[in-house]
Design a protein around this ligand. Structure first.
Ligand SMILES: *Cc1c(COP(=O)(O)O)cnc(C)c1O
Length: 385
């Protein structure tokens, strides 16, 4: 690669957009093309097939419907499009992203049950079971797979099984787990899931997808429409009829996604997940060395986000530490649980354990720069490690 093409490599430890490879960045530089050309349709068709393949769906049963927008567009689409007239949605609410799902249902004035569960451990399956038994009108159950705000892993396989036993459709937001944690739609009882190109596949922002059962999308044509732009059956039908997105797609982002998917399959499902786990092990290792405390027990974590309490030191200043790290190419991210004072370190993206080791060196310098010397290893990083 020539110098002309190389871009500074930043290590993003925020929960997406993630660090991308140079080859994905450069894949966006293509001759101008009208997205209504057959050549472009073929690329979208290929991408849709690959997105289904990642979660092991049979292409005749599952489909990927592309949308131009950030990941939230898929939550909106799935929640508003898949609720039949007079039926109820059930949201298992145990974190900031499922809270967002409830906000979406409220914005559309859709009848729903918000089943609030603790944010720091897996939900009570008996309560979910009972809620479904008591409310036969529940049409779908919605849960966030990996709660990106806290790092919590929800047991989708078990929840999906309960939903199906009660004849409810199972929808899960896999935006921050898809193409990272291995998922199998059949084994995991998934009818619909969703993700966004800037997270698991390590592409660019602006392309998101709902992946789910064709028969259920076709059935949803008869449900009341609550949105014109964000309707699942409308977009699906348009794709099926024309091979195109209904409205202008994010052209260059789609070229980047094609490259990112090629790199995904080259790396391989298991090897990629192993790499993310190596990254998280390196994050945990540094936390242990510095005596930093996490919000969640490691047994509850999905292994992709670590929410860390601010060090108990009057000199701690998140912005100062952030800026020190940022200037050196490392981005850390504020916590979602603002009141408690946490920040997040995430294992998404095209990074590996040595990047985290380099990060901890800079972080220790940042602590020293703030005047924090009480943590077990603070101020000693450069000398002893
Ligand atoms: C990132 C993310 C989203 C989408 O967020 P946007 O800001 O719209 O990209 C949705 N759900 C989860 C769990 C996420 O991690």
């Amino acid at each position: 690669m020539t110098d002309h093409n190389s871009v500074r490599r930043n290590i993003l430890l925020n929960p997406g957009p993630a660090t991308t490879t140079d080859t994905v960045k450069q894949a966006q530089i293509v001759p101008d093309i009208c997205p209504r050309e057959v050549e472009f349709q073929k690329i979208m068709e290929e991408i849709r097939g690959d997105l289904v393949r990642i979660i092991h769906g049979k292409p005749e049963e599952y489909t990927a419907v592309l949308f131009c927008g950030s990941g939230t567009i898929c939550m909106d689409v799935a929640l508003n499009s898949l609720l039949p007239e007079g039926k109820l949605a059930l949201v298992i609410q145990n974190g900031s992203y499922s809270e967002r799902a409830v906000e979406i249902l409220k914005a559309y004035h859709l009848p729903h049950i918000e089943l609030v569960q603790p944010i720091d451990h897996a939900p009570d399956l008996d309560v979910i079971e009972k809620t479904l038994a008591d409310n036969p009108d529940i049409a779908y159950v919605y849960v966030t797979h990996h709660e990106t705000g806290s790092g919590l892993l929800n047991p989708i396989r078990e929840i999906g099984e309960i939903a199906h036993r009660h004849d409810a459709v199972f929808i899960t937001d896999t935006t921050s787990s898809y193409a990272m944690i291995p998922i199998d739609v059949y084994a995991d009882n998934i009818d619909f899931c969703m993700a966004s190109a800037q997270k698991g596949i390590m592409g660019m922002t602006g392309l998101s997808y709902v992946i789910g059962r064709r028969d259920l999308i076709e059935k949803s044509r008869l449900y009341p429409t609550r949105s014109y732009y964000c309707n699942l059956a409308f977009q699906y039908d348009y794709f099926e009829k024309t091979g195109q997105m209904h409205f202008t797609p994010p052209v260059q982002v789609i070229y980047a996604a094609r490259q990112a998917l090629a790199e995904y399959f080259t790396e391989g499902e298991q090897r990629k997940w192993d790499r993310h786990r190596r990254v998280m092990a390196a994050i945990h290792e540094g936390e242990d060395r510095l005596g930093l405390q996490e919000m969640l027990d490691r047994g509850e974590q999905a292994g992709l986000v670590s929410a860390v309490y601010y060090p108990d030191d009057p000199h701690w200043d998140f912005d100062k530490v952030h800026d020190y790290c940022y200037e050196r190419g490392f981005t850390i991210y504020p916590g979602k649980i603002e009141k408690k004072g946490t920040f997040r370190l995430c294992a998404l993206g095209a990074i590996d354990a040595p990047d985290i080791e380099a990060f901890w060196k800079v972080f220790e310098e940042a602590l020293e720069n703030c005047g924090i010397t009480d943590l077990p290893a603070a101020g000693k990083g450069k000398k002893s490690l």
